[in-house]
Design a protein around this ligand. Structure first.
Ligand code: ADP
Length: 255
């Protein structure tokens, strides 16, 4: 297999400013198929902006993105039609799980999971329903299929959101602090589902401060600061005495 076939995500020179605030300064990253990459770093270092840029929820000012062979060079300067087409193609390959779940409150858990299957993929309702129920089973929520989000705990809502992401059959899942809005005792169920996905070989980019998850599940840890990747290493190195002083200082403050 050649290198480009193995590479699921390739980012080059990604830069983004909000006004005078230069949030990303030429970020490069390659993620292979099946890799779990955890992105850590202090608040405000650009982690969320980075993963939101990958599926164009934020428009980068400069740089290129390639996801599963769909290449988008300098998206900010592309003609509108081409940008929309490529953005759609990239979003068909990637799913995103947000800190705040983003479920539709007027839809049941099952309806949330299958909405995209019906409206975006045009799959028949009965087939979508079957698939949705299977996915709710996978995240341990079979009995909540008909519950509305208002009746679910934060951890259950996040598991519905993961089932919804899986329904679209993505090649890559982007997780933006998926457990940071949850009480500590609700985090484990969500992290457990994410561990299972990692074991099954899902390619995952995860912004998180969960050090145990990072240590146990990540293949690589990216440490960002000031809009740069300042460390790209194995968890073994990141959590060892050989890590850079900056990483050790950061980890020291987390505990
Ligand atoms: P992190 O995820 O590492 O905490 P973010 O990517 O959320 O960092 O934010 C990086 C910086 O970009 C912060 O200073 C934040 O205030 C700013 N920022 C993020 N999104 C926006 C936006 N939509 N408009 C203006 N500033 C933003």
């Amino acid at each position: 297999m050649n290198h480009s076939a193995q590479c699921t995500v390739r980012v080059r020179g990604l830069a983004k400013a909000f006004g005078a605030n230069q949030v990303l300064r030429s970020v490069d990253l390659e993620v292979a198929k099946g890799e779990v990459v955890v992105i850590m770093g202090p608040s405000g270092s650009g982690k969320t902006t980075f993963i939101r840029s990958l599926n164009l929820l934020e428009m980068p000012d400069r740089g290129s993105i390639e996801i599963c062979g769909i290449a988008l060079a300098e998206p900010a300067s592309l003609p509108g039609g081409e940008l929309r087409r490529k953005t759609l193609q990239i979003r068909q390959k990637t799913a995103m799980v947000f800190q705040s779940f983003n479920l539709f409150p007027h839809m049941t858990a099952l309806q949330n999971v299958i909405e995209g299957l019906i409206s975006v993929k045009g799959i028949a309702k009965s087939i979508a329903r079957e698939r949705g129920l299977a996915l709710l089973g996978k995240v341990g929520l079979s009995e909540k299929a008909d519950a509305y989000p208002g009746k679910l705990s934060g951890g259950q809502k996040q598991r519905v959101a993961i089932a919804r992401a899986l329904a679209m059959d993505p090649d890559v899942i982007l997780f933006d602090e998926p457990t940071s809005a949850l009480d500590p005792e609700l985090r484990d169920d969500v992290l457990g589902v994410m561990r299972e996905l990692a074991k099954e070989g899902m390619t995952m980019l995860v912004v998180t401060h969960e050090t145990r998850f990072a240590r146990d599940v990540a293949d690589r840890i990216i440490f960002m600061e000031g809009g740069h990747v300042i460390e790209d290493c194995t968890p073994g190195h990141f959590f060892s005495a050989n890590a850079s002083e900056r990483c050790k200082q950061f980890l020291g403050r987390l505990h």
